[in-house]
Ligand binder design. Structure first.
Ligand SMILES: [Zn+2]
Length: 238
């Protein structure tokens, strides 16, 4: 397994090319944040690496974050995205998920031993997107919900009004850096403010030619100081 220690307790695991899962290690409990495409046997890796029990959490329900769920007995995910876990299992196996799914709700706190991980709503990219605030590390694990290029692509995404509330709350949280699922290194929190300001000047005219996500999706770009916020958004979410 190719991995990088972001801090001694936070390891970014490259499960597939530019597709990262994160392992958070406390003194008495660990968390695996996302299970990637399912190409690597993360369970075997955890069982070789850890000397504590662990929990498996999903940041949201997209395929490239839940693909390895089937290797585990229990996975925590936000209920709003459970239908994606079910449909992925149906497509890949013809059956409902073979593992148990537990609620992952904003406000839950996992005491890992010397490290507390608080679940935060990051509704926007998907309705059930959540983040994990690692309180003593000052790091937010953000899945895809705060990517500099933010995808809001259809019915699975929340309306813009919800995204705005999410970003306003996240802006006030006590962290400095965030770790996203498709970026190898820590990102600056400034992107949250940039996205929030971007929503006040979002360009929503129909694209002159269809982009990679089809004719309903607008692409809007906003720059402030050194930060570039790009939002691809389904016009139905406006
Ligand atoms: Zn996603």
């Amino acid at each position: 397994m190719n991995y990088k220690a972001i801090t001694p307790r936070v390891w970014h695991l490259e499960e597939d090319y530019r597709d990262y899962c994160t392992l958070v290690r406390g003194d008495k409990l660990a968390i695996l944040w996302d299970t990637g495409q399912g190409k690597k046997d993360l369970r075997a890796f955890l069982e070789e690496t850890l000397d504590t029990p662990y929990l498996v959490l999903n940041s949201h329900g997209h395929d490239d974050h839940i693909g390895g769920n089937h290797r585990f007995e229990t996975v925590y995910a936000n209920r709003e995205d459970w239908y994606m876990l079910a449909s992925y299992a149906r497509v890949t196996t013809g059956e409902p998920p073979a593992y148990d799914v537990e609620e992952l709700n904003p406000g839950m706190v996992f005491d890992l031993g010397g490290l507390h991980a608080r679940v935060i709503s990051l509704a926007g990219h998907t309705r059930g997107s959540v983040g994990l605030l690692l309180e003593e590390e000052g790091i937010l694990l953000a899945g895809d919900a705060l990517n500099p290029t933010l995808l809001m692509l259809g019915r699975e995404s929340a309306p813009v009004s919800v995204l705005k509330e999410t970003l306003a709350v996240v802006q006030g949280l006590p962290f400095d850096k965030l770790l996203a699922s498709h970026y190898p290194t820590l990102q600056d929190k400034k992107i949250v403010r940039a996205h929030l300001n971007h929503l006040d000047c979002l360009r929503t005219e129909a694209p002159s030619h269809p982009g990679p996500y089809g004719p309903r999706i607008c692409r809007s770009i906003h720059k402030e100081s050194s930060v570039r916020s790009v939002i691809h958004i389904d016009r139905g979410l406006l």
